[in-house]
Design a protein around this ligand. Structure first.
Ligand SMILES: Nc1ncnc2c1ncn2[C@@H]1O[C@H](COP(=O)(O)OP(=O)(O)O)[C@@H](O)[C@H]1O
Ligand SMILES: [Mg+2]
Length: 584
């Protein structure tokens, strides 16, 4: 990084410091603070003073120390080698940081002011050129590709605002700083940069109409999120936010996962690091880590860098989107990020708004969620790509009326409502079946791809769960015996849907992922049983006997069906239902 101007520190307040003499500095320019050259960002300009948020531990800084303006905003490096890597909130590679200057392992968070290239500068990549000399190119056109990991081809594109004629091609293999090609005599390096607070340009935004398949029944069947859509998952402590985000990271059918661990405990991210390299992607057979990028800004790291980590993550996501991939960005948790905003704002002595959060909390949250999208990329042959955003929210005391939850609800298209009560009863995922919702219209996709009565079945289940909710209130007051026989059956079916369909252990070898076909047949069996039982009812039916039929044991075992045999197993079970009911 270059220095365009140097000033002096005049005040220090934790992660917020004030410098004078940075004439010409612009808002959001990156600065280097103190003799350790800590990374910071100008967040306010007031006359001769620049207010700076410092992204590293600011203890020991002294008034009078130098502050250097680098003349540019916070950017990320974009190029091959991102996949499988772990970065901090300002994209420093954590494994390289931990290696220490003399090769010995050190605590990466204690090393300050270190300037390390995010991408390994020594690594060589074999390039396949997509354009030829003399060709006219425009932003978004792919110049060359390289096999970044087993499953992902990396597409190096003409950067925004560059167009002209390819005058020369780069050499292969090449390293991060080498040019891929020259346009009108000017080199285009393999690694480009992009300011994290600015969304990358696209040709067109499209209507999200394809679901992100997660293999989680309560999600795919009841509350799906679209590719290029957004979801929010608020829940109190221990309700399953982290397990849910990690389960989606493992199983969802995005090509690329960007996982932002923001302000949560470090050991949870360590679990991801241990687990992912050993897991294989069910679709490609490649190691899951090869499609994953981790941004770690855990609770032991400086608070201000949390703010940046969310934007770093989503910018990397957009970069793969522009290459034509479906990307999922997981953030756990946006509340910890909001708290960082609050802390910095209070140091700035800004007028606090709701619950001490700054008045710009909603606009900052929007700047995150609104970068989700299904797009057509720039370039002469546009690609389709998407960024899906899934944000966890940890409201204090599980109270959803607090600001981060409320604003997230307004911004996200899918709401998975985690309930402490369900978690306490070990109903996992603890996503509530009537309080959650999705705004995406994906029924046509499921009807066309899985079964033509998918939507019909889904709406049947939702309706029934709603009815059961009402019956529940009666039962709580007066007991189950007051229900009419048909209501008893509905009540029982509700329990079956909750326990044998919606409950799904993230830690079960077989059931952690449930294919759409299996989801469909499981629900179809439950509905068939329900309708057949209703059909059996006549004046002298003993309802207790019906709802105690041994067939329920087989229904409870549907979860252990393998994905491929689900249809056969279901058909056999439908016959077994017929047999048992005709005997009853
Ligand atoms: N889908 C799930 N399947 C099985 N257990 C779960 C599931 N979701 C959550 N749990 C249980 O709940 C515990 C807390 O979940 P966690 O995701 O850490 O909560 P949070 O992040 O909301 O504080 C987990 O350790 C696990 O025992
Ligand atoms: Mg958690």
């Amino acid at each position: 990084m270059t220095t365009v101007n140097t000033g002096k520190l005049v005040r220090i307040a934790g992660p917020v410091v004030v410098a004078e003499g940075l004439t010409g500095a612009r808002l959001y320019n990156v600065v280097r603070v103190g003799t350790n050259r800590l990374i910071g960002e100008v967040i306010r300009l007031e006359g001769p003073e620049a207010v700076i948020q410092v992204y590293e531990d600011s203890s020991g800084l002294q008034v009078g120390s130098p502050v250097e303006d680098t003349g540019g905003p916070l950017t990320v490096d974009l190029g091959p080698g991102l996949l499988g890597n772990i970065f901090d909130g300002v994209q420093r590679p954590l494994p390289a940081l931990a290696a220490g200057p003399d090769g010995r392992e050190v605590d990466p968070f204690l090393r300050r002011g270190v300037e390390l290239p995010p991408l390994n500068p020594g690594r060589e990549w074999d390039l396949t050129f997509v354009v030829g000399v003399g060709e006219l190119v425009e932003p978004g056109d792919v110049l060359a590709t390289t096999q970044e990991t087993e499953a992902i081809e990396h597409r190096m594109m003409v950067p925004a605002e560059r167009n002209g004629t390819v005058t020369r091609l780069g050499a292969s293999p090449a390293t991060a700083a080498d040019p891929v090609a020259w346009i009108d005599g000017q080199p285009v390096p393999m690694t480009t940069t992009w300011p994290v607070r600015t969304g990358r340009p696209v040709a067109r935004l499209l209507d999200p109409d394809v679901p992100l398949i997660t293999g989680q029944r309560v999600v795919d069947t009841l509350f799906p999120v679209a590719r290029g859509g957004s979801a929010t998952i608020p829940g109190g402590f221990g309700t399953g936010k982290t397990v849910h985000e990690q389960t989606l990271a493992k199983w969802c059918d995005a090509d690329i996962i960007v996982y932002v661990g923001c302000g949560e405990r470090g050991n949870e991210l360590a679990e991801v690091l241990e687990e992912f390299p050993n897991l294989t992607d069910p679709r490609t057979g490649a190691r899951l880590m090869e499609r994953t990028i981790l941004i770690a800004n855990t609770s032991n790291m400086p608070v201000a860098a949390r703010e940046a980590s969310i934007y770093t993550g989503i910018t990397i996501g957009e970069y793969y989107r522009d290459q034509g991939y479906d990307v999922a960005v997981m953030a756990d948790s946006t509340s910890r990020w909001g708290e960082a905003l609050r802390e910095v704002s209070s140091r700035l002595e800004e007028m606090p708004s709701e619950e001490g959060y700054p008045a710009y909390l909603p606009s900052r949250l929007a700047e995150f969620y609104e970068r989700a999208g299904l797009v057509e990329s720039l370039g002469r042959t546009p690609r389709r790509g998407s960024v899906t955003v899934v944000g966890a929210v940890s409201p204090p005391g599980g109270d959803f009326s607090e600001p981060v939850t409320q604003y997230s609800l307004r911004l996200a298209g899918t709401f998975w409502s985690l309930e402490s009560d369900l978690a306490r009863r070990r109903h996992f995922p603890a996503i509530h079946w009537t309080r959650s919702y999705t705004l995406y219209q994906l029924d046509d996709w499921f009807d066309g791809r899985v079964a033509d009565d998918w939507a019909d079945q889904r709406h049947w289940a939702s309706r029934l769960l709603g009815e059961v909710e009402q019956l529940q209130q009666i039962v709580q007051l007066l007991g189950v015996d007051v229900l009419a026989p048909a209501e008893r059956i509905t009540f029982q079916t509700g329990r079956i849907i909750r326990e044998d369909f919606l409950q799904q252990s993230a830690f079960d070898q077989v059931d952690a992922f449930c294919s759409l076909t299996k989801q469909y047949w499981m629900l179809r069996v439950i509905r068939y049983l329900h309708e057949q039982l209703l059909g059996c009812l006549h004046e002298d039916t003993d309802v207790d006997e019906l709802i105690g039929l041994p067939i329920y044991d087989l229904v409870a075992r549907m979860k252990s069906w393998s994905g491929t045999e689900a249809e056969d197993q279901a058909k056999a079970l439908l016959e077994a239902i017929d047999a048992e009911l005709s005997a009853a």
